[in-house]
Design a protein around this ligand. Sequence first.
Ligand code: AR6
Length: 173
Amino acid sequence: MLNIELIQGDITKIKADAIVNAANTSLMGGGGVDGAIHRAGGPAILEDCRKIVARQGKCKTGEAVITTAGNLPAKYVIHTVGPVYNSGKPKELELLRSAYLNSLKLAAENEVHTIAFPNISTGIYRFPKDKAAEIALSTVKEFLAFDKVVEKVIFVCFDDENYGLYNRLLAGE
Ligand code: AR6
């Protein structure tokens, strides 16, 4: 049985080994869940982001980096950048899959056993929530089926629409 949990609420409150941030390529913070994470976690997260950018440049869409979680109950924040949705080109779908997959790979490399995801790209980046939920779930299921480090994935849905969609998909409807 794959260990996938669904929660409705604020990801900054989740005590997991890592929570994932839906960031932008600058890694310098923003609105939505990104703003909430930096506000609640404090300046240590931005400090780590600055060091990463100084070392390797921006975080490309679909890629992921890891920082401290500062004052948050989680240990790490994994920042990934989802695609901005325009027309649903295959490339956009593939980039959303990469954002989930690269976050999970980075988690495993850092001995993260429990990881919480927000609904990447479904806010300011306007990805249709139903398509995004299908991509998120299929990518996570595929990863959990072979990975030995990540034991549990928590989907943290903020809005009712996403929570309803994930509930139905997880129930196999
Ligand atoms: N906890 C969990 N989920 C949340 C929270 C929260 N505290 N707040 C919002 N959400 P968005 P994106 C949900 O816009 O679409 C930023 O400015 C929200 O309901 O945060 O990937 C970045 O810097 C939605 O379902 O991220 C980028 O510029 C989901 O999080 C850009 O937004 C994602 O919405 C990224 O856009």
